[in-house]
Design a protein around this ligand. Structure first.
Ligand SMILES: NC(=O)c1ccc[n+]([C@@H]2O[C@H](COP(=O)([O-])OP(=O)(O)OC[C@H]3O[C@@H](n4cnc5c(N)ncnc54)[C@H](O)[C@@H]3O)[C@@H](O)[C@H]2O)c1
Length: 395
């Protein structure tokens, strides 16, 4: 199938592209690289551009003539959407209208949309089923709800059938180690926790190396790198103290060519902030349903197959149906890494519901979806393989 993918250079998009590419689909990613990485697009063609630009879209749709659209591109930092909502409406709604106008004009008949558990807001009951009332608790969630509404209208008016996948907390990483999760502004819990773990361990290793070099007059091999790691780890910018990750994939539209994936874990941190310890949950911290990104990617493949078969629209939760509190995530990360991970309780953030856990009954039954990595330990371990790189003697 010819599939146009917006935001395919991002975290979830790049994992989905890899799965779709391996199945032999003909892919074209469009991405403005505002948060994504070109090198993460391992299959198909790539065009750098913005979905807010109708001229760019017209060119892409006319040349590629996609049968289906997968729409990942969005602004997706929940707290930022509360403090600065207008760019969220612009990128998630105005841009989506521009994109769908081009899709309709070019007679695209299938779309898969990255929706979110944020459409539900503070749930009345958990696990949350797809027919649960939708009262988003933040502007980001509102934009996803409106996005679903626009797609419903496009179905009625233009026969554009769509699946809205309401992701719960996307997490984990490509088990082959080819893809990364690296954002300049990181708000997702698991990468934050693992950055703290790695940061502390690196500082400890650097201190040990300094101590050794102080005791020995001859500088040991590898010492400068360790010293450099310390200074990087204390900066708050996007510098990296780790070895670059390598990924192999297509260069432009010319085919496969090996090249390094430039990005490595950035913005080292010293403590995990736990926002709110007085929620009505067993340990007072927020509970979320963590879903491995590969299982999420698989849901897109099943959604496209369902759309081709059934030719009707639908909405599905994508979550494991099991919730973990923030404290449980930090504790599990301590076990997986074998490292002490300091945490600090701080006040609640606005717009954070207490508990978001999916009912995954519908997606299992209707799409035949089944998670391959439902265990939190495995999810965290898959991320640690990346965030813990360069730390000697650690898994
Ligand atoms: N990560 C999660 O836990 C989660 C949960 C629910 C829903 N979602 C949704 O899933 C989608 C993907 O999320 P992600 O975590 O991979 O985010 P991401 O930031 O890694 O990926 C988004 C991609 O879209 C691109 N992009 C953004 N605006 C664009 C524009 N105007 N034109 C072209 N490209 C643009 C970015 O460069 C990036 O590559 C988003 O729609 C997000 O709202 C994510």
């Amino acid at each position: 199938m010819k599939i146009l993918v917006t935001g395919g250079a991002g975290y979830i998009g790049s994992h989905t592209i890899k799965k779709l590419g391996r199945k032999g689909h003909e892919l074209l990613t469009i991405d403005n690289l505002s948060t994504g990485h070109r090198e993460a697009v391992l299959f198909g063609g790539f065009k750098k551009g913005d979905i807010r630009d109708p001229v760019f879209l017209k060119r892409v749709f006319s040349a590629f003539r996609p049968q289906a659209l997968i729409h990942f591109a969005a602004s997706a930092i929940v707290p930022e959407s509360v403090t600065n909502p207008l760019p969220y409406w612009e990128n998630n709604i105005s841009a989506m209208v521009t994109l769908l106008r081009a899709a309709v004009e070019h007679r695209v008949k299938m779309a898969v949309f990255s929706s979110s558990a944020a459409v539900y807001g503070e749930p009345e009951k958990v696990p949350i089923t797809e027919d649960h009332p939708q009262h988003p608790a933040n502007p980001y969630g509102m934009t996803k709800l409106v996005g679903e509404g626009i797609l419903a209208d496009c179905d009625l008016a233009h026969g554009l059938k769509s699946v809205c996948l309401r992701y719960f907390n996307a997490s984990g990483l490509d088990p082959d180690g080819e893809l990364v999760e690296d954002r300049e502004v990181e708000t997702h819990l698991i990468p934050l926790v693992l950055k703290v773990a790695a940061s502390h361990e690196r500082s400890r290793m650097a201190a040990k190396a300094r101590e050794q070099s102080r005791l020995r007059p001859v500088k040991p091999a590898g010492c400068p790198a360790l010293l450099r790691a310390t200074s990087d780890s204390q900066s708050s910018g996007a510098g990296s103290s780790l070895r670059p990750v390598r990924a192999y994939g297509p260069e432009g539209e010319q085919g496969a060519k090996a090249r390094p994936l430039r990005h490595a874990p950035s913005a080292m941190r010293s403590v995990v902030h736990i926002f709110g310890n007085d929620y009505p949950t067993p340990d007072g911290t927020c509970v979320r349903d963590y879903i491995h990104v590969n299982d999420l990617a698989q849901a897109h493949i099943l959604a496209l197959e369902w759309l081709s078969r059934e030719k009707r629209s639908g909405a599905f939760n994508v979550g494991n149906g099991r919730g973990y509190s923030v404290r449980q995530v930090v504790e599990t990360a301590r076990q997986v890494t074998g490292l002490p991970i300091p945490s600090q309780d701080v006040p609640r953030r606005p717009g954070d519901p207490a508990e978001l856990v999916a009912s995954s009954v519908k997606i299992r039954k209707v799409l035949g979806w089944k998670p391959e990595f439902p265990e939190l330990e495995k999810i965290i371990a898959s991320s640690w393989a990346y965030f813990g790189r360069g730390i000697e003697g650690r898994k």
